[in-house]
Design a binder for this molecule. Structure first.
Ligand SMILES: [Zn+2]
Length: 310
């Protein structure tokens, strides 16, 4: 399992569905075998691609987004979710339904009141942060009314709208496919939320299930509302964080940890388990490093720039 098999020059990747455990196969070079794919920047000598693959059971369709390297080798799960078979998007926003994601969002945050994503094409609502007193689907419907109103009124599409809903100031970020809206408790968090929200919009179809990365970001922002917006954007959009590394340069690891750690202190704690293939970056971030994501990306860039791992 988890190894590509060569049939001619075409690589087939096999992995286990994260939801039901069934083996799923696809070929990264054959678009008929997957739903979508996104390429990423190189990471420690690997060219990573996120591939969204689906398969059907009797009653459901399961979607897995997984990361593969340039040889088609499985490198990690990004997310997974299931959808009942036969469900079709109803073109009325009344039919908005809370997306049946595998993990539920947060209900409380020190600096942020709400963070919700709407899939405009499929009429889904994904709640990342929503206290129990709110009805996410009602909020989403109201937000969409106002977004559509703005789209009718203005010649130029607006990608950021601020408005008041009930007694709340709501910030909205808009793209063709998605709308993200948030309400803050403390304005210091606003630049960071912009980084996060635009990351969700730029994530092309992966956002609504990207609970793990968003949760890590929200935990970091609970400790420090002024985390770097660009690092947050990257946390949401780049699948390198889900990737398990294997390096042919095992004997160099101690030297690399020492060298990088002298420049970027976080490397002293996290680089060894990362290079040994014991943890992915998201595992390490969740393990208490969520407020150091900027330094973690600096570490990755430092290693990539100097070609320390090929
Ligand atoms: Zn499955």
């Amino acid at each position: 399992m988890l190894k590509p098999s060569k049939s001619g020059t075409i690589l087939t990747t096999e992995f286990k569905c994260k939801i039901c455990g069934a083996p799923v196969r696809f070929n990264v070079d054959d678009p008929r075998t997957y739903e979508s794919k996104t390429s990423h920047s190189s990471y420690f000598g690997m060219q990573l691609t996120t591939v969204r693959v689906s398969h059907e059971t009797e009653t459901e369709r399961h979607y897995n987004a997984i990361v593969v390297d340039h040889e088609g080798i499985f490198r990690g799960y990004r997310d997974a979710y299931s959808e009942p078979l036969g469900s079709t998007g109803d073109e009325m926003y009344q039919s908005l339904a809370v997306h049946p994601n595998q993990e539920s969002g947060l209900t409380h945050h020190k600096y942020l009141k709400l963070l919700i994503l709407i899939d405009r094409q499929r009429f889904w609502v994904q709640t990342y942060l929503c206290p129990e007193e709110f009805r996410p689907t009602e909020l989403a419907r109201l937000v969409m009314e106002r977004v559509e109103e703005a789209e009718k009124v203005y010649e130029q599409a607006q990608d950021h709208i601020v408005l008041t809903l009930a007694d709340m100031e709501v910030q909205i970020w808009v793209s063709n496919d998605y709308v993200v809206f948030a309400s803050v408790k403390d304005s210091r968090i606003t630049p960071a939320i912009k980084g996060l929200a635009t990351g969700l919009l730029d994530d092309h179809g992966s956002s609504y299930t990207n609970q793990r990365a968003v949760k890590a970001a929200l935990r970091g922002l609970n400790d420090n509302p002024e985390l770097d917006p660009e690092a947050l954007h990257r946390l949401i959009t780049d699948s390198m964080i889900f990737t398990v590394v294997t390096t042919p340069y095992q004997e160099r690891i101690s030297k690399i940890v020492e060298r990088v750690g002298a420049r970027i202190p976080v490397a002293k704690t996290i680089l060894r388990p990362l290079l040994m293939g014991q943890s992915s970056l998201i595992d390490l971030i969740e393990d208490g490093h969520w407020s150091e994501i900027k330094e973690i990306f600096e570490m990755v860039d430092f290693i990539n720039r100097r070609g320390l791992l090929g």
